[in-house]
Design a protein around this ligand. Structure first.
Ligand code: SF4
Length: 356
């Protein structure tokens, strides 16, 4: 066994003891079923715990088990996910639920290998569900765990490289006890340490850390030099002009394409680039609409993982509904029935606060 694995094994022993004391009450930890563990892990990807809790509670109230998820209507699924972002996660959940019903008798498979065959389940989620739900000796290595391990071992490897993640996963697997309750505890302990103690974006709370005596970065006073990560590519900037087209007490919305970014969600019509008021009038005329008063709106910005949307906008009164490519809705219908990306939050606020 390598020196690194021995250090990680010693850390695992301390973490198991620590977590039994430190475990927080979270809704998905109260009598968790494999379905609840799976769902919470998918929701927690890219999203903070505090933000996930209300979504998780609403989702599990509406869809309490795998069968309910497999049978949910797509519109309802998107509405339940609205605001969480990364909507392909929700679509994959449903796809996987259908496969669990068809191929596994409605019960999630127990091993990481079988779990990974389901849509949307990668090595991290497979490890998390196998160990937390089924007490299997499988680590779940995400950015949090990579950061902690990198500091513990003062490891200069680039954590953005898949090879680093694979090596750390293999090393941690060697430190797991035999299948049983301690596996569930250990996976959650690594996660918890990364979320609450060995934190990102700031100084880690080493004085509270249960593995401080083993930590090479701490020993060298170099905690903030780890983890090493290669620079990300800059995000692509997309400029667009959002059109809030009002006709009486209704406004126009349209559906995004079935594939690609925010697939299938609803949005306001828009034009590429930052266009002038006259260009908006001309464009609407081509759609059979005559624009009355046009008022510029405040600009808005939304940041996705690889893209930034920079949005200007116009509120436009149109005298007739000319185009059949839009659906015309009231503010009440929009908020109640249509799943829209958070990117349009500022514009949704404008249409819902407008007095007709
Ligand atoms: Fe992280 Fe500090 Fe603990 Fe090391 S001692 S693992 S740097 S919190």
């Amino acid at each position: 066994m390598s020196g690194e694995v021995m250090r990680l094994r010693e850390a695992a022993v301390r973490l198991i003891d620590w977590y039994r004391e430190a475990e927080r009450p979270l809704p998905w930890r109260e009598s968790p079923t494999p379905y609840h563990v799976w769902l919470s892990e998918i929701m927690l990807q890219q999203t903070r715990i505090e933000a996930v809790i209300p979504y998780y509670e609403r989702f599990t109230r509406e869809l309490p088990d795998v069968a309910a998820l497999a049978n949910v209507d797509d519109e309802k699924l998107m509405k339940l996910w609205e605001g969480l972002g990364y909507y392909s996660r929700a679509r994959n959940l449903k796809k996987a639920a259908i496969a669990v019903i068809a191929e596994h008798g409605g019960v999630l498979p127990r091993t990481a290998k079988e779990l990974r065959k389901l849509a949307g389940i990668g090595p991290y989620t497979a490890g998390a569900v196998a160990s937390i739900a089924f007490c299997q000796p499988e680590p779940a290595v995400d950015g949090n765990v990579l950061r902690v391990v990198s500091r513990l071992l003062a490891d200069p490897s680039d954590i953005m490289l898949p090879a680093t993640r694979e090596r750390v996963t293999a090393q941690l697997r060697e430190t797991y006890p035999a299948a049983g309750e301690a596996c569930r505890v250990l996976t959650q302990a690594w996660m918890e340490l990364g979320e609450r103690v060995c934190i990102p974006n700031g100084t880690p709370r080493c004085e509270e850390c249960p593995v401080r005596a083993l930590c090479l970065a701490h020993e060298a006073g170099a905690e903030e030099e780890y983890p090493v990560r290669s620079a990300k590519k800059p995000r692509r900037i997309e400029q667009r002009t959002v059109l809030l087209l009002f006709c009486g007490d209704r406004f126009a919305v349209c559906r995004r394409p079935e594939s690609g970014l925010l697939a299938g969600l609803w949005e306001f019509p828009s034009l590429e680039g930052e266009v002038s008021e006259q260009a908006v009038r001309d464009h609407l005329r081509t759609l059979g609409m005559e624009a009355g008063m046009i008022t510029p709106t405040a600009p808005a910005k939304h940041i996705f993982t690889h893209i930034e949307w920079h949005m200007s906008g116009f509120a436009v009164d149109v005298s007739k509904i000319g185009s059949s490519e839009f659906v015309w809705v009231t503010a009440e219908e929009w908020l109640r029935d249509y799943a829209a990306p958070t990117a349009y939050k500022a514009f949704t606020k404008l249409v819902s606060e407008r007095e007709f």
